[in-house]
Design a protein around this ligand. Structure first.
Ligand code: PRE
Length: 105
């Protein structure tokens, strides 16, 4: 949702309004992408539970982090931030996997 005109003071520079609109669009895209990622990981969680596989796969995570750090570097994004962001998401996924394995979903 973007700021409605009534929430934007009249003296707000047009460039700031334009940039905030881009930020709102990017935030929406991020939410949709994350929702898609969690749909995939929910399926992974069910598969892992069916096959008695552990929720976490540290070797896979190591490869993902190395790849994401490289992509971040190429894209001009701080690799340390990219790694923290991925770890934050993966921690949530592992929590979901554990819930599925314990029959919670
Ligand atoms: O690939 C897996 O095995 C997953 O469970 C997915 C995922 C991820 O979110 O990318 C989550 C937990 C694992 O430790 C590694 C990766």
């Amino acid at each position: 949702m973007s700021d409605s005109p009534s929430e934007t003071p009249v003296d707000t520079p047009a460039e700031l309004v334009r940039l905030r609109s881009s930020i709102d669009n990017i935030d929406a895209a991020l939410v949709h992408l994350l929702a898609e990622r969690f749909k995939c990981t929910q399926q992974v969680g069910r598969l892992k539970a069916e096959h008695n596989l552990p929720p976490a796969d540290p070797a896979r995570e190591e490869r993902q982090i190395a790849r994401l750090r490289m992509l971040a570097d190429e894209a001009g994004l701080d690799p340390v931030f990219a790694e923290k962001f991925l770890n934050f998401i993966i921690a949530e996924v592992i929590h979901h996997h554990e819930q599925i394995a314990s029959g919670g979903e």
